[in-house]
Design a protein around this ligand. Structure first.
Ligand SMILES: Nc1nc2c(c(=O)[nH]1)N[C@H]1C(S)=C(S)[C@@H](COP(=O)(O)OP(=O)(O)OC[C@H]3O[C@@H](n4cnc5c(N)ncnc54)[C@H](O)[C@@H]3O)O[C@H]1N2
Ligand code: MOO
Ligand SMILES: [Mg+2]
Length: 410
């Protein structure tokens, strides 16, 4: 192992990754959670036409600007315009139209009076307080967006806001980057699937499930290669198949220095260039990253369940974002908050302590997961949404002190 720093590992890994170029053309209905691969603009202004922002009366500002409760001005109501009607009648001086929120302004109307400031008697309306300015409560055509400008750029993650924009721009089909394919395999003679009968010397393969969830949550397609025994020929066959199937391969186990830790030698035999082989972090020291000539990137993650996830959260996440075509700086989401608990480290490796970012009295704080902070302890990982980071050389952070935290929420 040649141990490098976390920062060096991040730089090397991100350099290896090239963003996907292949795209899918999908219907708008399917676009949530995908990454836009085209720029979006619309031939329509937004609002499409002048419309009312209030339920009330459409008037001419000049007619009523002096109106007040002592000398109220009264206008004739000559039309009623609900939303969805294209008004044909033009409003003249001394006239008003009844109008509702979202309805199209007729010619002649330049200002809206909300109905709370009026009194209606038959076909007449009295303006009790004047508008504050010409154009009040009018949503002008093109005031939010002018036709032809860019609405969304390639690389945008499509969430609820972007869906609204795509719909408004009448994008019934959307070009998005294809989803990354990520092969997952678990190595270890001791592993069985959760459905199998457990013998005393065995443990359940939890990593497969954790990694699958991680990939799904980050927009990838997980491809399960199941459990692979610690037998070099079998591992080799599986890995060969995986690197020919997927953009990334994630395996867990077999990357440390034990006699049954075969991953590194097999990757080299298969022609992989080993770019990372050990990172000065805890947990997650025995991380191997290799690049294959076909572009596939192999992440040999440590077998310990927390180590495997921490490596994903710290490195694979950024690599997957870049692969997916998401625009960004591909930097970890680090924030500085107060720690609610005493945190400790041996100070020799950059230490990642799992717990939660919680909002307490309007302030985010880091709370430590109770129980053993041991990389084999997946039990107290429950509800983890953040990792506190203690740099090399820092052995403690006391309750109430500031700590840098990696936020895991998307
Ligand atoms: N002499 C040394 N021993 C170890 C070192 C070291 O530097 N020198 N590093 C330790 C660290 S740190 C870690 S992390 C582990 C990583 O080991 P491997 O990646 O080789 O993983 P395994 O040996 O295969 O398994 C480790 C541990 O994890 C359990 N495991 C494995 N796969 C799964 C799975 N799919 N689901 C749940 N649990 C799994 C496995 O049973 C072991 O307990 O090495 C240390 N040793
Ligand atoms: O690095 Mo290991 O991941 O400390 O347990
Ligand atoms: Mg091992």
């Amino acid at each position: 192992m040649t141990i490098i720093s976390v920062q060096e590992a991040q730089t090397i890994i991100l350099k290896l990754v090239e963003s996907l170029q292949e795209t899918d053309s999908i219907s708008l209905d399917e676009a949530t959670g995908r990454i836009l691969a085209q720029s979006i603009s619309s031939p329509l202004n937004f609002p499409y036409w002048d419309n009312s922002a209030m339920d009330g009366y459409g008037i001419r500002f000049e007619d009523v600007k002096q109106s007040n409760s002592d000398y109220p001005i009264t206008l004739d109501i000559v039309a009623e315009i609900p939303a969805g009607i294209n008004p044909k009648q033009s409003i003249q001086s001394g006239e008003a139209c009844r109008i509702f929120t979202g309805a199209m302004l007729p010619d002649g109307v330049d200002t809206i009076i909300m109905q709370e400031n009026t009194r209606k008697e038959g076909r007449k309306v009295t303006i009790l307080s004047p508008p504050n300015y010409l154009g009040e409560f009018v949503r002008k055509q093109g005031s939010f967006y002018q036709a032809g400008n860019i609405l969304l750029n390639p690389g945008s993650y499509i969430n609820e806001s972007e869906m609204a924009i795509l719909a408004t721009a009448q994008c019934s089909t959307v070009t998005v980057y294809r989803r990354p394919r990520v092969a997952i395999l678990s190595t270890g003679n001791e592993l069985i699937a959760p459905t199998e009968k457990l013998n005393p010397e065995q443990i359940i393969d939890s990593n497969q499930y954790a990694l699958k969830a991680f990939i799904l949550n980050n927009g990838g397609i997980p491809i399960s290669f199941g459990i692979v025994k610690d037998e070099p020929e079998i591992i080799k066959q599986k890995i060969r198949k995986a690197i020919n199937t997927a953009d990334f391969v994630l395996s867990t186990g077999g990357v440390s220095v034990g006699d049954y830790d075969y991953i590194n030698s097999i990757l080299a035999e298969l022609g992989g260039k080993i770019m990372v082989n050990g990172v000065a972090m805890k947990p997650g020291k025995p991380l191997t990253v290799a690049k294959f000539d076909n572009g596939c990137i192999y992440f040999g993650l440590p077998g310990n369940p927390v180590s495997a996830l921490v490596s994903c959260w710290r490195f694979v996440k950024l690599a997957l974002d870049k692969l997916s075509g998401i625009q960004g700086d591909y930097e970890p989401k680090l924030i500085t908050v107060k720690s609610q608990d005493n945190l400790s480290s041996k100070g020799q490796r950059e230490t990642y302590i799992w717990g939660q970012l919680k909002l307490i009295n309007g302030e985010y704080v880091f709370t430590l997961a109770q129980g053993s902070q041991n990389s084999a302890n997946l039990i107290n990982l429950a509800l983890t949404n953040a990792l506190a980071i203690l740099p090399i050389g820092v052995t403690k952070i006391d309750r109430g002190e500031i700590v840098k935290v990696l936020s895991l929420s998307n």
